[in-house]
Design a protein around this ligand. Structure first.
Ligand SMILES: O[C@H]1[C@H](O)[C@@H](O)[C@H](O)[C@@H](O)[C@H]1O
Ligand SMILES: [Fe+2]
Ligand SMILES: [Fe+2]
Length: 292
């Protein structure tokens, strides 16, 4: 079952016709995903539970611990393809828009990018792998610190974090004066790359790619690292912490984001037939066995 998503432009399918595409390009960034509370709806309950658990446990110390653990890259070795295949078994518990396995979403995203940017093969590959950090879920991590939207720790929670007006009430950092002010542990306008983000699949995959010396362009790495930072790229929070240079990063993330969001109700791609093309891209940009 594929759930329809609520958008700020009504129910226009942006891929249907030129008008839809135009609306998406114009208003795509202010689109709202449906996080409303509905105890009758098991998907909505699941999404809400995931975020409440995430927001209760994600503290500065928690993120430091996860970085310590995962940034040794000594958990497993795998090619990109084999890691992607594992996503067959992962349904993202934070996602209100789809309950298909993540591998389907990976190919839907990549193929739609390929249609619009046939020449930019690195962008196709970025679409395919952007959620691959979710493999942490197969190595002992609960989904709440793998999936979902991200936000910085160490400063006041942004006003547009989903459920954030209530979900942080049991988080110790909410009451820690070192971390609960507007700037918290940061300097004004320190820049997005200085922020310690909540632990999840974005930061992890970004680090894996850098560690394994992928030759993907910087733009791709930014798309991967910040695609879940909705409170910033969609909500407009944290302006006091970012710089001019971060606008370039935001442009990249927004360019990618439409494909992440608006492809989830598209048809299911023929994954077997598509592998040879994507394997050639993997060989070009991130070949061989990687350390994870
Ligand atoms: O539910 C989704 C999903 O977990 C995505 O992979 C993530 O990038 C989004 O930020 C989130 O809203
Ligand atoms: Fe993601
Ligand atoms: Fe995604």
């Amino acid at each position: 079952m594929v759930l329809l998503k609520e958008t700020s432009v009504g129910m226009i399918d942006p891929w249907d016709d030129d008008a839809g595409l135009f609306h998406m390009l114009l208003f795509g960034h202010c689109r709202k995903r449906d996080y409303s509370v509905d105890d009758e709806d098991p998907i909505k309950q699941r999404v809400r539970r995931t975020y409440y658990t995430m927001h209760t446990h994600t503290t500065v110390d928690f993120v430091k611990g996860k970085m310590e653990k995962w940034l040794k890259f000594n958990h497993f070795k795998s090619t990109i393809k084999d890691a992607l295949i594992r996503l067959n078994e992962l349904v993202d518990e934070s996602d209100p828009d789809t309950d298909l396995p993540n591998i389907v979403h990976a190919f839907q995203t990549a193929e739609r990018i390929r249609q619009d940017y046939p020449e930019e093969d690195w962008f196709h590959l970025t679409g395919l792998i952007h959620d691959l950090g979710k493999v942490m879920a197969f190595y002992g991590e609960p989904q709440w610190c793998v999936v979902g939207d991200t936000f910085p720790v160490g400063c006041k929670w942004g006003p547009s974090i989903v459920y954030g007006d209530d979900s942080f009430k049991d988080n110790p950092d909410t009451y820690n004066p070192k971390y609960n002010t507007e700037y918290g542990m940061y300097e004004p306008q320190c820049g997005i790359e200085q922020l310690m983000m909540s632990w999840g699949h974005d930061e992890y995959l970004y680090r894996v790619l850098v560690h394994n010396k992928s030759s993907l362009p910087k733009e791709a790495l930014y798309m991967i690292r910040y695609h879940s930072f909705y409170p910033w790229h969609a909500g407009g929070d944290y302006q006091h912490l970012i710089t001019e240079k971060d606008n370039y990063i935001k442009e990249a993330v927004l360019k990618f984001n439409q494909y992440d969001l608006y492809t989830k109700s598209a048809g299911i791609p023929d994954i077997e037939a598509l592998w040879p093309y994507y394997e050639s891209l993997i060989d070009k940009y991130i070949p061989g066995e990687l350390e994870w």
